[in-house]
Write a protein that binds this ligand. Structure first.
Ligand code: FES
Length: 156
């Protein structure tokens, strides 16, 4: 966990915790988790449990979000680690959720991005996309930068 003092636009200086990563789990949309509508099961509690069990709160923030905009691919998850975004879809099993937090925990210990493990490879969004489509999407997510302006992500 790293704290940085930042000045808000109202002039007040505040300490902000900079996490190594963030996990956004689509939890409050109209599709993901709505098995009765033909989407994957509701795994919100499992995400929360795995995150708590591994004590990731000080390093990787978990956000149970609203719709992430990829409804037809639900359940969707966006992991941003050291500014590097990785989208997952069809995240419908206990094994996938557990593998995701195994992966995150391994990156936290290594303090760097690691290759996606085989257990998660099939649910990575870039599979099946036209070349360049993912780049267009990921450009919407601004990479984290050091205060000096140099990129802290070593994974691209
Ligand atoms: S409801 Fe999950 S991506 Fe839209």
């Amino acid at each position: 966990m790293r704290k940085t003092r930042i000045q808000r636009l109202d002039g007040k200086k505040v300490d902000v915790v900079l996490h190594l990563g963030n996990v956004f789990v689509c939890s409050h949309g109209l599709c993901c988790g709505k098995a009765e509508r033909g989407y994957g099961p509701d795994l919100r509690e499992l995400h929360q449990m795995e995150w708590h069990r591994r004590k990731l709160g000080k390093t990787v923030y978990l956000t149970q979000s609203g719709c992430l905009g990829l409804c037809a691919l639900g359940n969707t998850v966006l992991l941003i680690f050291q500014g590097h975004p990785l989208w997952f879809h069809s995240f419908n099993t206990v094994e996938q959720v557990s593998a995701l937090y195994d992966y995150i925990e391994a990156m936290v210990i290594a303090k760097q991005c690691l290759p996606v493990p085989d257990t998660l490879r099939d649910s990575v969004l870039e599979k099946g996309l036209e070349k360049g489509a993912l780049r267009d999407m990921t450009s919407l997510v601004a990479p984290l930068e050091e205060p000096s302006g140099s990129k802290i992500c070593a994974c691209e």
